[in-house]
Design a protein around this ligand. Structure first.
Ligand code: SF4
Ligand code: SF4
Length: 87
């Protein structure tokens, strides 16, 4: 039986799915509690947790080069810190 292989993902070679988007998610950093639920559910793996000045916790930040506007993050956020807006 053939064995599988894992190919390391190189983000620089990834197609920029952001051009598919017609609505975009916006994170309200004051509402975000840093739970990382959106990070786990984003199908494009384009949400990172980052610390900003005056923030005690890391907050969600979206990479719009790869976000395709599916809205999953807004659906799963437990405190409704992400809203979808027209692109
Ligand atoms: S809209 Fe979809 S692709 Fe964009 S950040 Fe949210 S879950 Fe990820
Ligand atoms: S799911 Fe909502 S509260 Fe949790 S990290 Fe994402 S934006 Fe913040």
């Amino acid at each position: 039986m053939e064995q599988g292989a894992t190919i390391k993902h190189n983000i620089k070679n990834a197609p920029k799915t952001g051009s598919w988007r017609y609505i975009k998610p916006e994170v309200n950093k004051d509402k975000c509690i840093g739970c990382e639920t959106c990070v786990a559910f984003c199908p494009d793996a384009c949400i990172e947790m980052r610390k900003h000045e005056n923030d005690k916790k890391n907050k969600a930040e979206i990479d719009y080069d790869f976000c395709k506007g599916c809205g999953v993050c807004a659906q799963v956020c437990p405190v409704k810190a992400i809203i979808m807006k027209k692109n």
